[in-house]
Design a protein around this ligand. Structure first.
Ligand code: 0YR
Ligand code: MG
Length: 370
């Protein structure tokens, strides 16, 4: 299965209700920046990273795919995933200019496309190649009802609607003011009752003092986890918070490398592990984080199920993966959308990683690569 061509693509897909906000970002579209890899046996693999649909930035990622990574891949056997991962991640020219960021995001798209190809060649859904089914069902939790841009009333309505649809978990955004976010958390907990898991996500906005004050009061509402309470790279701060609150600390969606995760493990600064195949250098590296988490007996909640598609396969196959996020913005762009039925992600059945775009998405959302 020799690689004959590597091309980039960009899709910009509208979010639910045309605009959403968390503590740090306000966005109207999600960016799908991908790699399309053709092989001499007639198969095509697709993989992508995720962005906030900033076109000049997306074009830099696309250019990195086509001009930095692609030349190292042409003529190679696409099924040599580990060796090719190493070849790209340890490319001396690129490591000099970026061991994280665009070089990694573009590598993510390529690595996932290679896994997609491998599963398509085996004519199996990816989860089977990853060792088969480790769990009966993958529980979904709904984040799309919990944006900071949603009014207090609508937030409660949305939480109740999600529970009525079968979700047993939700996540609400925090990181505005301690008072407002506590009020919203209390209202949501009251509305959904004690049996639904309620997580909160700060997206790295607050400082340690604010987090401590918030956690003190939030503890009474049975918080499933506090995600990204502090700045993404602040290992010491997370360790201090984890040591002082009963609320579990979750993070990982903005960590690029296994080294970054290793720091959080070493300092006991993390309770829930949230790697993302669209952020790290693909599934190959995320699997290493999942295995390490598992060896420390830490649960994994891969960031965003439908937004990566691959996380559904990973969650079915890896014993560390406990729950998976539901944000349905881009799922309908793919030939086998990651669907949630009665609160659980449906098990994928088609060969591949679930990353093949539909012709309709291609026609509707495509942006110029350069
Ligand atoms: C908006 N999930 C998240 C959205 C979401 C972000 O920036 O991408 O809130 O990915 O934190 O857990
Ligand atoms: Mg998050």
């Amino acid at each position: 299965m020799k690689i004959t061509s590597v091309k980039a693509f960009i899709l910009h897909v509208p979010v639910t209700g045309s605009q959403i906000a968390d503590s740090t970002h306000s966005i109207s579209h999600w960016g799908v920046v991908g790699a399309q890899i053709d092989t001499d046996n007639g198969l095509t693999g697709y993989g992508f990273t995720g962005t906030h649909a900033h076109l000049p930035g997306d074009q830099l990622i696309a250019r990195c795919i086509e001009t930095c990574h692609a030349p190292l891949l042409i003529g190679e056997d696409a099924s040599d995933i580990t060796r090719l991962w190493q070849k790209l991640a340890r490319n001396p020219a690129l490591q000099w200019i970026g061991r994280a960021g665009i070089t990694t995001l573009s590598h993510a798209a390529i690595d996932v496309a290679l896994w997609d190809l491998k599963a398509k060649a085996a004519q199996q859904p990816l989860w089977k190649l990853l060792g088969g089914q480790a769990r009966e069902k993958v529980r979904a939790y709904n984040t799309d009802i919990g944006w900071l841009s949603i009014s207090d009333d609508k937030l409660v309505e949305g939480a109740q609607r999600a529970v009525a649809q079968g979700f047993t978990g939700i996540k609400i955004k925090v990181g505005s003011t301690v008072e407002r976010d506590l009020r919203r958390l209390a209202a949501v907990r009251k509305a959904v009752g004690p049996d639904v898991t309620v997580a909160i996500d700060g997206n790295g906005k607050w400082d340690l003092a604010t987090c401590k004050r918030f956690c003190n009061a939030a503890q009474a509402h049975d918080v499933f986890w506090f995600e990204e309470p502090l700045w993404h790279d602040d290992v010491t701060g997370h360790a201090q918070l984890a040591a002082t609150t009963a609320i579990p600390v979750a993070l990982g969606e903005q960590l690029y490398t296994t080294d970054a995760f290793a720091e959080f493990f070493a300092q006991q600064a993390i309770d829930w592990v949230q790697p993302d195949v669209t952020r790290m250098a693909g599934l190959t590296d995320v699997l290493r984080v999942c295995d390490t988490a598992h060896s420390f007996r830490l649960p994994v909640a891969p960031h965003a199920g439908d937004m990566s598609q691959v996380h559904v396969h990973l969650s079915y196959a890896h014993p560390a993966c406990e729950v998976l996020e539901y944000i349905p913005w881009i799922k309908d762009c793919f030939t086998e959308p990651a669907e949630v039925v009665d609160g659980y992600f449906a098990r994928p059945a088609l060969p591949g990683a679930g990353t093949t775009p539909t012709a309709a998405a291609w026609a509707q959302y495509r942006q110029p690569v350069a």
